[in-house]
Design a protein. Structure first.
Ligand SMILES: Cc1cc2nc3c(=O)[nH]c(=O)nc-3n(C[C@H](O)[C@H](O)[C@H](O)COP(=O)(O)OP(=O)(O)OC[C@H]3O[C@@H](n4cnc5c(N)ncnc54)[C@H](O)[C@@H]3O)c2cc1C
Ligand code: SF4
Lengths: 419, 118
């Protein structure tokens, strides 16, 4: 067993973990970063398409290029990192924390620290979560797994595929499979609007004449050992119109039906989970309900842009540093989401500084307004040209904008969308 | 000839109609002038950045990701992909290394997007 003592342990070496670790070490604290895979970069390594880093680097990078920029920062810094190392447990006590991990190289690792950053990313929802009736043949993959097989291992999951769900990963895979010689027979989406970005609908489906069946479901899967086909049924007012069911032959089904934060370790550590995001509830410093444990990136809430992951995680690194240095904790107040928003992160705010919020809309609109109100009094209103659930809203409420308001322990800031 | 398309120059995604009448191209349904530029270019010479993987000679990874340095004409994509699948990349190689220069006289190169040690 190897025993290490550091100020901070960062769990996960994707874009979130790398940005947080880089920031903490830059502020003069000692850090160890633990990553389950053999290389740093996380999900970015399998996202070989471009479209990353437009906000952050003002250029369009592919996932591996974006990952490499951050990995280089980590390699050149004082961050000690272990790849091929999986964290199994966090023990949190009054006087500090111990993180338990194992790797084939070192066996058991035991790391004592003062603060922990959760940056374990998310996982894909799978068939169990959507419950399609029919047989259980081979050939059903989540889109992200298929992406990994094709892009990193050079394996093709099949030659004729149907994609279930119109999330971005499924759309990106429709193009990837087409370019790699497979036939993509259609994308089936239960909602009346696509889950992914318009740009991906255009460049990944329309470019290849792949049909997008909105308000449709896969009603049955056929095949004994291997998928042989699916039935697709339209929905009207939420009901299946069985007479209009049609059959499509295929040998592969790719599921792109959403992502969920990887929250098992958080749950086992007794961290309170936000039912809207499935990630931890966090205060204005991105600290979870367990003191000294912070969260950022997809483990906190699922992001669509890596740029926001890096930004949020760097900020998380700053908060960790402040936590390690400061004695007193500042006063915090309640932050909630109101109409037309699925959630707001973080779940508390501070008065003496800028507060940065990420929100997810429940509606699709051109021209909407974001409205902040404190105990019923309007604080700030901002026009937004376009909103849709697949695009996260990012907003900073300036320190001055709250300066004229009186706050007490019961104060509550609410943010809503008016469509 | 009229083509319906969605402008992707911003998240609004206007549904536009692009009509070609001999030398004149008209765009309708666009909320701003960027939609007109997009529609014309998509009709005359649609281009895309291509990302793919090449086989890699390395024990670390079977495939190495690559991309075109700029968008290339859609009509060239299939032949480019075929050529890429036949191109073996030797490790060690640095991110950004050119593996195909000036593809089909377009002035566009293909570069590796991940460093791979030997
Ligand atoms: C498939 C997919 C496609 C995407 N496509 C785009 C896109 O086109 N453009 C864009 O801007 N954004 C895209 N995103 C969003 C963005 O890239 C990601 O949100 C971002 O990279 C996530 O970073 P992360 O560090 O939070 O998570 P991850 O990259 O998932 O990193 C988490 C890391 O933690 C490690 N880990 C997990 N559990 C443990 C443990 N117990 N012990 C040790 N290590 C552990 C994992 O191995 C992983 O490396 C995509 C996301 C996904 C999932
Ligand atoms: S036409 Fe203008 S407003 Fe409409 S999608 Fe294109 S850029 Fe956006």
């Amino acid at each position: 067993m190897k025993e290490i003592t550091k100020d901070v342990v960062v769990i996960g070496g994707g874009s979130a973990g790398m940005a947080a670790a880089g920031e903490v070490v830059g502020k003069g604290h000692s850090v160890v970063l633990l990553e389950r895979e053999e290389i740093l970069g996380g999900i970015l390594n399998q996202c070989i398409h471009n479209g990353f880093g437009l906000h952050r680097f003002k250029e369009e990078l592919t996932g591996p290029e974006y990952a490499e920029r951050y990995a280089r920062i980590i390699e050149e810094s004082q961050v000690e990192y272990y790849t091929g190392t999986t964290v199994s447990e966090i023990d949190s006590r009054e006087d500090g924390k111990t993180v338990f991990a194992f790797s084939s190289e070192h066996g058991m690792l035991r790391i004592n620290c003062r603060a922990v950053v959760l940056a374990m990313g998310c996982r894909e929802r799978n068939r169990g979560n959507i419950g399609t009736p029919g047989t259980r043949p081979a050939g059903v993959y989540t889109a992200g797994l298929a992406q990994r097989l094709v892009n990193m291992e050079g394996l093709m999951p099949g030659s004729k595929c149907v994609i279930v769900g119109s999330g971005d990963i499924g759309l990106i895979m429709a193009r990837r499979m087409s370019w790699a010689g497979a036939e993509v027979k259609g994308v089936v989406e239960i909602q009346p609007y696509p889950a992914g970005l318009t740009r991906n609908i255009v460049q990944c489906l329309n470019d290849f004449d792949i049909p997008l069946h909105l308000s449709h479901v896969v009603s049955k899967i056929y095949g004994k050992d291997r998928v042989e086909g699916v039935d697709i049924t339209p929905l009207k007012n939420g009901m299946e119109v069985t007479e209009e069911t049609f059959h499509v032959e295929c040998d592969t089904l790719l599921l792109s039906v959403g992502l969920v934060p990887e929250n098992e370790i958080a749950r086992n550590t007794g961290i309170k989970i936000n039912p809207e995001t499935n990630g931890p509830l966090v205060d204005s410093n991105l600290m979870t309900s367990v003191e000294g444990i912070f969260a950022c990136g997809n483990v906190l809430h699922v992001h669509d842009l890596v740029d926001y992951v890096s930004e949020e995680s760097q900020r998380c690194g700053e908060f960790v540093s402040t936590y390690l240095k400061a004695g007193d904790r500042e006063q915090q107040y309640s932050m909630v989401s109101g109409s037309n928003l699925k959630y707001v992160i973080p779940n508390r705010f501070s008065s003496g500084r800028d507060n940065h919020f990420y929100m997810r809309s429940l509606i699709v609109r051109n021209h909407a307004e974001l409205v902040f109100s404190l105990d019923g009094n309007e604080v700030k209103r901002k026009k937004i040209r376009h909103i849709q659930p697949s695009e996260m809203i990012s907003f900073t409420l300036k320190k001055e904008e709250l300066a004229d308001f009186n706050l007490d322990e019961q104060s509550r800031l609410e943010v809503s969308l008016i469509g | 000839m009229t083509k319906e398309m969605i402008c992707i120059s911003c998240p609004i995604g206007c549904h536009i109609e692009v009509t070609r009448n001999q030398d004149e191209i008209t765009v309708r349904g666009n909320k701003c002038s960027r939609g007109e530029i997009y529609g014309k270019e998509e009709l005359l010479s649609p281009k895309r950045v291509v990302t793919a993987t090449c086989p890699a000679d390395s024990i670390l990874m079977a495939r190495i990701p690559v991309k075109t340095t700029r968008p290339i004409g859609k009509e060239l994509i299939n032949s480019l992909l075929e050529d890429l699948y036949k191109t073996r990349v030797q490790a060690p190689v640095q991110c950004g290394a050119v593996i195909m220069e000036n593809y089909a006289g377009t002035g566009v190169d293909v570069v590796v997007t991940k460093s791979l040690s030997s």
